[in-house]
Design a protein. Structure first.
Length: 400
């Protein structure tokens, strides 16, 4: 018998965190490691945002705030949702949380009864299924193959819905593939959802601004406003403004959901960091030039890395329209043998081989629910990406 609760024993630590830990451990042992694991911007938080935090501290914003977040931050979020997404929310329909991660977890925690189902298109962000399990729900993953652009089709959605379905989780652009739904694709998914009024929709919009195709990211709610009373919009400042460490995310949605989240958070973490809230408000209200500048840099990296990867026999990668990852198809390596005689029978073997023989750290597709693939992050310098690709090419050439 364990003294750890069953709902926690069902979940595993984040595979990307584990992969990063393993890479750091090898580095400590003196191995030269190219770490392409981490999904966080390598830029510093823009100066005007840091300055706003320092000013907030000096002005005494160092105390508890309203549970749902400061008026200043929630007004900034209201303005952002109107300006960028065409979505109208009142301040009392918004809650600020310690990262988008916390918003998603808490939304699931206040809605799922044991056994309730959550539809998660795969490949998915590693945390979704485990968050559902931690809330005693049942993740229903739906494989969305590369041939369909890694996107959920209306027929797949229809087939996945049961009387126990509580949520559909949408992440566009997606981690790990960058797949991004068009307004027309949302229209078709919304038509299915309109037939199932009990299914709620959670949109994780954290990568909405990291787009390389010149498109803006549509929102399913702007396409079908009738979904408003059952949609939770989740977003945050981590990726857009290089603010991963500040831990500010938020959710906008129907009042009953927001009130329930407010209640649960008030009895668990409490409000998110007062100083970070001031910084996030400055990020949303202030000069947005960092966003387009950083996206231009990510695009150069994506283009360069994509070309290098697609030149390696046995690997292929579709062009991701957004986010900052490459989800690389390694089907061409499965069945090959390493120089030390080890067969590569799944993507986990490929990732282990790349780590141990070439010192390149990536994450296996199994973590994201669609194999055989591996993910590398392009949120690092071109030099490091080139070095990583050179090493991968060399290691792949040694396979038999
Ligand atoms: N959602 C997705 C799809 C992510 O990839 C991440 C971070 O990796 C998050 C949410 C977490 O964002 P935050 O730092 O705001 O908790």
């Amino acid at each position: 018998t364990s003294r750890i609760a069953a709902r926690v024993r069902r979940i595993k630590p984040s595979p990307s965190t584990s992969a990063a830990d393993r890479a750091n451990e090898l580095r400590r042992q003196g191995k030269s490691i190219v770490n392409l694991v981490v999904g966080e911007p390598d830029f510093d938080t823009p100066q005007h945002i840091r300055r706003a935090a320092a000013e907030a501290m000096d002005k005494g914003a160092t105390r508890y705030t309203l549970m749902a977040g400061t008026v200043e931050l929630r007004q900034a979020i209201v303005a952002k949702l109107t300006r960028e997404n065409g979505l109208k929310y009142e301040m009392n329909e918004i809650i600020a949380t310690s990262g988008a991660k916390s918003a998603i977890y808490n939304a699931l925690a206040v809605t799922l009864e044991a056994g309730d189902e959550v539809i998660i298109p795969a490949p998915y962000w590693v945390s979704y299924p485990d968050m559902v399990l931690a809330c005693e729900g049942a993740p229903v993953t739906v494989a969305c193959p590369e041939a369909n652009g890694f996107k959920l089709t209306p027929a797949q959605l229809e087939a996945a819905i049961t009387p126990r379905t509580r949520w559909l989780l949408i992440n566009s652009p997606s981690n790990p593939t960058g797949a991004s739904y068009t307004a027309a694709e949302y229209r078709a998914l919304a038509d299915v959802l309109l037939k199932h009024p009990d299914v709620m929709v959670m949109t994780d919009d954290i990568y909405e601004h990291i787009r390389f195709d010149g498109q803006s990211t549509p929102h399913i709610l702007a396409v079908e406003p009738a979904l408003r009373d059952r949609t939770l919009v989740v977003n945050g400042v981590s990726k857009t403004y290089a603010m991963t460490g500040w831990r500010i995310g938020y959710a906008a949605g129907p009042r009953d959901l927001i009130v329930a989240m407010d209640t649960l958070l008030s009895q668990s973490t409490g409000n998110c960091c007062s100083i970070s809230q001031a910084a996030a408000a400055a990020a949303l209200n202030g000069d947005q030039s960092f966003v387009s500048e950083s996206v231009a840099v990510y695009k150069q990296r994506r283009d360069r890395t994509l070309a290098l990867i697609n030149a390696i026999p046995g690997l292929s990668c579709a062009t991701p329209p957004g986010a900052f990852y490459l989800y690389i198809n390694c089907a061409g390596l499965i069945g090959k043998t390493t120089p030390s005689g080890k067969p590569l029978s799944e993507d986990g073997d490929v990732v282990m081989y790349l780590l141990e023989s070439a010192g390149v750290a990536t994450v296996a597709g199994t973590a994201y629910g669609l194999s055989p693939y591996f993910r590398l992050s392009i949120a690092t310098s071109i030099e490091i990406l080139e070095e990583g690709c050179t090493r991968i090419a060399r290691a792949v050439a040694e396979l038999r």
